[in-house]
Write a protein that binds this ligand. Structure first.
Ligand SMILES: [Fe+2]
Ligand SMILES: [Fe+2]
Length: 268
């Protein structure tokens, strides 16, 4: 874990943007946004803004306090080095989208803050037992958001939003790369024995807020349509690639396990 986190931190030094300083807010041309695009911006702001609940899950699942065994603490402390940086970046995503909505006149500051709080304070939970399940879930989610932002940015003409989306795409792809290396390392270490844990994540996969956000299902279908018929299950293919890459490791008892896994992912 320490090597993977160090790699991530090395790559993150190039992170180039500041939420408030680095966008030309006065260049916003809100009239270039369609009604559906405005709705999509609102949706992704809610999704990014669930970060406090998500970060809390990482803190609970990888605890660093006096009751934790020394060995587990050592591992979790490494995860923490990553998690605080990741959370800071995800928080910037929520913050920049919130700021954009206000600067573009899509929402009033007070109303938006209140609306985000109404959704943000709802309980967000993931019932995973094994650490690799958290990493797998986030891997898929990072890839899904990266794909969504790519597709959305292709249809957006409003220049400031386009810039923001480019920044988010770069961050999400770095996040995805980190979680890929972690999941790959778990598979190499534990071999096919870990596959049932991964399967469980995919079979029950739901995007964050699917259970709590008002009108989530109808709204998410409309939001997908705006971005060239985005489909979050495309992200599952990236997990298959990670597993196949890891399956080259010598610890892996090849064959049927991999085929079963790929079958289960495709079915999911
Ligand atoms: Fe994000
Ligand atoms: Fe991310």
């Amino acid at each position: 874990m320490s090597h993977l986190v160090a790699d991530y931190i090395n790559r993150s030094d190039a992170r180039p943007w500041n939420v408030l300083r680095d966008f030309q807010w006065e260049d916003i041309r809100a009239e270039k946004l369609t009604k559906s695009q405005r709705s999509a911006v609102s949706f992704i702001t809610f999704i990014e803004d669930h970060l406090p609940g998500y970060f809390a899950i990482y803190q609970n699942s990888f605890p660093v306090h006096h009751e934790v065994d020394l060995e587990e603490f050592i591992h979790n402390r490494e995860v923490y080095h990553f998690a605080v940086r990741w959370a800071q970046e995800e928080d910037a995503h929520a913050h920049v989208l919130q700021t954009y909505q206000v600067r573009a006149g899509l929402a009033s500051e007070d109303d938006l803050r209140r609306d985000l709080a109404i959704e943000g304070r709802k309980l967000f939970s993931l019932d995973y037992v094994h650490p690799v399940q958290h990493f797998t879930y986030t891997l898929v989610q990072e890839k899904a958001t990266q794909i969504y932002y790519q597709k959305f940015s292709q249809v957006v003409d409003e220049p400031v939003l386009k810039n923001i989306l480019q920044c988010l795409i770069r961050d999400e792809s770095r996040h995805f790369a980190f979680f890929s290396t972690v999941v790959e390392a778990y598979i190499k270490r534990f071999g096919a024995a870990i596959i049932p844990q991964l399967k469980e994540v995919l079979v029950n996969f739901k995007m964050p807020l699917a259970q709590t956000l008002k009108n989530y299902w109808r709204w998410s279908l409309r939001v997908a349509e705006v971005a060239n018929s985005y489909d979050h299950t495309e992200a599952f293919e990236s997990l298959i690639r990670v597993v196949k890459r890891a399956a080259d490791a010598p610890t892996w008892s090849k064959s049927q396990d991999l085929a079963d896994f790929v079958g289960a992912v495709r079915a999911a």
